[in-house]
Design a binder for this molecule. Structure first.
Ligand code: 4AD
Ligand code: MG
Length: 502
């Protein structure tokens, strides 16, 4: 499609030409006879210079009337200018107002998260949100590229289902013409059927869990990528997960540098995370690490680091405040902006300092047999720069469909991949049970209705083979890659407890 205008990201290819650009006003400043408009068009932001002598009084008046987020069109010459983003600016020949915006609710001020979440439909336009959605897009394309390159077939699992997959406590139930139905928790069981038809498949779709607690990693609606492979065992499954994560990290570190910079993400950490092989720890080894001295020493060092950082920031804030009275206007603005940054970081540090003693106690007291909680995972991952794979969990904490470890019947051949820097579980999966009677017993033991699984049992009647797979949570992956503290900023319209609008 040849567009009758040029997108901001393509402007560097048009230096010296007169082009049309369309967009919204991101910011503006100016003086008598001269306006600098920051035009945002979704692909980027460019500075438009409007000179009254060049555009005439009427167009200059129009340009001056633009409020934040007003839509407008500019015809002008693209000029190279190293000081500008993208190395260009547009010298306006004409400015046309498309729609003046009412006073925009989201200003450069410090807004609370709930205020912003209520205005998510507008908040999406701001730079950090824009950057995170671009990274999400790149992660999605990297996932498809990886699987397609490896010969997987993408297939869609149903959203409306008649059976639970991941326990019954998080089901969203609805009435399907008089029959109970559920929004799918995972495409896995249907994925297993697809793998028996196609060998290697992956599903990529929305999944739902009625998560009733507020955490930074639980959504009620999230997207899951679920590969399922016939004739794969647990070790091969771990290799696929590792390769997929490396493919994602390669893609974002190669193609999303600007976005990651906007997000303040330390790209060095993502690069360090690509070193393979990722450590593989059995659950028992992970428990030893968690409860051992190394964890206590690490957390002590972290606590000291946070305290030092806190003092340094407090001193900087005091110095800034002392200088404020004498400061010029521009300098005052810088100090105000820095004060917001410092306060945000100090809040994070305070949270860290509150958490560490709790983590230390709960790590020390962790008992073999329990599932890792969010804080245990957070602590474990801090020992490694790369994701870490934990395998062979106690069967009692895992789903009904997991194969038992032939070497130790207490264990299931499950695996989780925990992302570094405290992000924790982003992948869950494992080798599947192949024995019909074992599965029937498990369904009963988990209190699931046998009749809903008749079709699933068929997969064990007609050519049951070893197979394995996993689910990668897209939003948790985006949170980790972007360095976001909470999954609510990882998708355009997140759904979580207490959040159905907009
Ligand atoms: O560990 P889970 O529950 O595993 C399954 O659903 C398997 N049936 C997948 C499979 O083997 N095909 O979920 C897999 C991943 C988690 O590691 C996490 O990344 C994500 O899905 N996830 C959530 N993400 C956001 N909000 C939630 N409430 C999530 N629950 C799981
Ligand atoms: Mg899990």
């Amino acid at each position: 499609m040849t567009e009758p205008f040029v997108r901001v990201e393509a402007l560097p290819d048009h230096v010296g030409e007169t082009v049309t650009v369309n967009g919204w006003l991101y910011n503006a400043r100016g003086s008598k006879g001269l306006r600098f408009l920051e035009l945002r068009d979704g692909s980027g932001i460019v500075q438009v210079v409007v000179n009254e002598e060049q555009v005439g009084a009427e167009a200059f008046e129009a340009a001056s009337s633009l409020t934040q987020e007003s839509a407008f069109r500019v015809v002008g010459e693209v000029k190279a200018d190293d000081r500008q983003r993208g190395g260009v600016e547009v010298q306006a020949a004409s400015v046309e107002v498309i729609a003046l915006a009412e006073p925009y609710p989201i200003t450069p001020k410090d807004h609370g998260v709930e205020f912003l979440m209520d205005r998510r439909h507008l908040w999406l336009r701001s730079q950090r949100q824009w950057a995170a959605m671009r990274v999400r897009n790149r992660i999605i394309t990297a996932i498809h590229a990886y699987f397609q390159g490896e010969g997987f077939i993408q297939m869609d699992a149903p959203i409306l289902t008649g059976n639970a997959v991941e326990g019954t406590s998080t089901l969203f139930e609805l009435d399907y013409f008089g029959e109970p139905a559920y929004l799918t928790q995972s495409g896995q069981l249907h994925g297993e059927a697809m793998a028996m038809a196609h060998g290697k498949i992956y599903t990529f779709g929305p999944t739902f869990r009625a998560e009733k607690s507020r955490t930074r990693r639980h959504l009620t609606e999230f997207w899951m990528i679920e590969p399922e492979m016939a004739f794969y065992d647990l070790a091969m499954n771990m290799e696929v997960a590792e390769e997929l994560l490396v493919a994602i990290l390669r893609a974002v570190t190669a193609d999303c540098r600007d976005e990651l910079e906007t997000l303040g993400r330390d790209v060095g950490k993502l690069e360090a995370a690509m070193q393979t092989p990722f450590p593989r720890l059995s659950y028992s080894e992970a428990v030893d690490l968690l409860t051992g001295d190394a964890t206590q020493t690490m957390l002590d060092a972290e606590q000291e680091g946070l305290e030092d950082e806190k003092h340094a920031l407090e001193e900087e804030r005091d110095r800034n405040r002392a200088a404020y009275g004498q400061a010029k206007k521009g300098e005052k603005r810088r100090i105000d902006a820095r004060e917001i940054e410092i306060n945000v970081r100090l809040d994070e540090i305070a949270e860290g300092l509150r958490n560490i003693p709790t983590w230390k106690a709960s790590a020390r007291d962790f008992e073999w047999g329990s599932d890792f909680g969010a804080s245990d995972e957070t602590v474990l991952t801090r020992h490694f720069q790369t994701p870490v794979i934990v395998h062979r969990y106690p069967a009692a904490v895992k789903a009904f469909y997991m194969k038992r470890d032939p070497e130790d019947d207490r264990l299931a051949l499950g695996m989780d991949v925990l992302a570094p820097e405290g992000y924790g579980e982003i992948v869950g999966g494992g080798e599947r049970a192949t024995d019909l009677q074992f599965l029937r017993d498990q369904v009963e033991a988990h209190g699931l209705p046998e009749s809903a699984f008749d079709w699933y049992f068929d997969l064990r009647k007609y050519g049951s083979v070893p197979h394995a797979g996993f689910g990668l949570g897209l939003e948790r992956t985006v949170a980790y890659v972007c360095g976001l503290p909470h999954v609510r900023e990882t998708g355009p319209f997140p759904r979580l407890l207490g959040r159905l609008h907009p």
